[in-house]
Each structure stands twice: as C-alpha cells, then as structure tokens.
Design a protein around this ligand. Structure first.
Ligand SMILES: Cc1cc2nc3c(=O)[nH]c(=O)nc-3n(C[C@H](O)[C@H](O)[C@H](O)COP(=O)(O)OP(=O)(O)OC[C@H]3O[C@@H](n4cnc5c(N)ncnc54)[C@H](O)[C@@H]3O)c2cc1C
Length: 248
C-alpha cells in the first residue's frame, strides 16, 4: 500500500557550517522513516500572512542513523528558502517537512555496483548519503566519486571524504577544481569533460551504474558525456538541483 506523505514538524538539533556557502542542519523527526540514500525531503515555510514556499532538499545522512536526518543547504544569493534557513534558523527552531521522497535516484548496498558518482557543487549531498551508507554497512562495492567544485573552500564534507577514502576499501574520491585549485595541485583543474569521464569511469568497466547530481546544465553535460564513453542510458540516473547558468 502506498504511504501517504504527511507534513511533520522537525526540530533543529544542530547546525554546522560546512563551507562559506553551505550549512548542515540536523533535524529531529517525530515520525522518522528509514530513507534510501539519494532520497529527499520537501521543506515548507509559512509566513505570518500564510504565504508558503516549498523546496526539496536531499538527505545527506545515512539511513542507519535513526530519528534524525541531515540536510545540507547551499545559500543561493537572493534565494527565498535557502537564505531563510541560513540566516534565520537556529538550534531549537521548528520546521515543517515531509518525506522521504523519490524512488529512482537511490542506491543501497544490496543493489551492488560498481558505482560511479558524479557531483557538481551541492549535488554531492545525496551522493554523500550513499557514501555514508556504504561505510555504515561495511560494503566493499567499488565506488568512485568525481566531484566538481569551484574552489578548495567550496568542497563540502572535505575532511570526511578524505578520511573515508583512506579507511574504506574500494572507495575513490577525485576532485576537479573549476575556478581555483590549491597551490601545487596536480589533479584536474577544469570542468568535467569526456576525457575526464573516460579516465575516471574506465577502471570501473562498462557495467558501472552512474548517479549524476548538480546544477541542471552540468548534469546534462555529464549524462551526455557518459553516453559518449559507452554507458547505456539505463546505467545513468540523474538528479537536477536547479536552474543555474553555469556548469563550472
Ligand atoms: C530533488 C532536489 C533535491 C535538492 N537538494 C538540494 C540540496 O541537498 N541542497 C541544496 O542546497 N539544494 C538542493 N536543491 C535545490 C533546492 O530545492 C532549491 O532550489 C534551492 O535551495 C534554491 O531555493 P531558494 O528558495 O533559495 O531560491 P529561489 O528563491 O527559488 O531562487 C532564487 C534564484 O536562484 C536561482 N536558483 C534556484 N535554485 C538554484 C540552484 N539550485 N542553484 C543555483 N541557482 C538556483 C533561481 O533561478 C533564482 O534566480 C534540490 C532540488 C531538487 C529538485
């Protein structure tokens, strides 16, 4: 039987500044339901005059953590909802949400691999839930993250990603910087392109399943690139975060 999604009132348990533009909100849920990595929640704000704004935010945490979820929100200049949660929400506040939502852009360890994750900016959020879930259940499914970030300070979950890469069998993290890279950096320094996808995805073989998430234009460019290097459309799942004029 299909579950009816009810709005519930979550309480902000903690807030962590991840990067200058992103914050993670840990929310305690009275009606917590185990999610699948890749799913999202809808957040609804209601003004005193009853005006409402609603946006989707991916779950960053692993489903093995019960009773609460992490949402990581990038502050968009003049963004109605993202600015509000960044500037106004404090620990102890209550916020309305419903979920978990989504059945297609999901991965669980039982689905196997190998897995290619491709993120642009805050598109890393649902992929982080997959990476954390893989670690939580001790999976050794080969998993490779290719993460495009403008600058080093924009890399969300940077320390945890590096720690997991060293401690988890079969997990690879590759970052490409599109605007500014650390001094002495000898990794990728450009937008994701077909040669990069070939180099990163090649070792996974032609049976890899790909999950691509980020700004709309970036997701479309990467999905086309994956088709060009020989993946079938049934091997590519995409999630578009929103309208932005840039893929860098
Ligand atoms: C399934 C799904 C999951 C998502 N998960 C996350 C998440 O985990 N973290 C997160 O930070 N965001 C996520 N988003 C994007 C989020 O839903 C909002 O679109 C975003 O926070 C902007 O909302 P806003 O009200 O602040 O901006 P708005 O007031 O809606 O828009 C303000 C301006 O910013 C532009 N804009 C809108 N969205 C974006 C965007 N994503 N990037 C750049 N410019 C934009 C608009 O065109 C407009 O010009 C997700 C979107 C979807 C569909």
């Amino acid at each position: 039987m299909k579950r009816i999604l009810e709005w519930q009132i979550a309480t902000v348990k903690s807030i962590r500044q991840e990067t200058p533009k992103t914050k993670t909100f840990t929310l305690s849920l009275p009606n917590w339901v185990r999610h699948k990595p890749g799913q999202h929640y809808d957040v609804r704000l209601t003004a005193p005059d009853s005006y409402q704004a609603q946006r989707s935010y991916s779950i960053a945490s692993e489903p093995e953590r019960s009773g609460e979820i992490d949402l990581t929100v990038e502050r968009i200049e003049d963004g109605e909802v993202s600015s509000y949660v960044h500037e106004v929400l404090v620990v102890g506040d209550q916020i309305e949400l419903r979920g978990p939502i989504g059945g297609y852009f999901v991965w669980e360890a039982s689905m196997g691999g190998p897995i290619l994750l491709v993120a642009g900016g805050s598109g890393v959020v649902p992929l982080m839930s997959m990476i954390r879930h893989r670690a939580a259940v001790g999976s050794t499914v080969p998993m490779q993250l290719l993460y495009s970030s403008r600058t080093p300070e924009d890399v969300i979950y940077s320390d945890e990603l590096m720690r997991l890469q060293y401690s988890q069998n079969g997990l690879g993290i590759i970052i490409t910087f599109t605007r500014q890279s650390p001094s002495g950096w000898n990794g990728y320094k450009r937008r994701i392109d077909v040669p990069m996808l070939r180099e990163v995805a090649g070792p996974l073989g032609n049976i890899a399943q790909a999950y691509v998430c980020g700004p709309t234009l970036m997701v479309e460019a990467v999905a086309n690139g994956l088709l060009q290097i020989g993946l079938g459309s049934n091997q590519i799942r995409t999630e578009r975060f929103g309208p932005t004029g840039s893929i860098g």
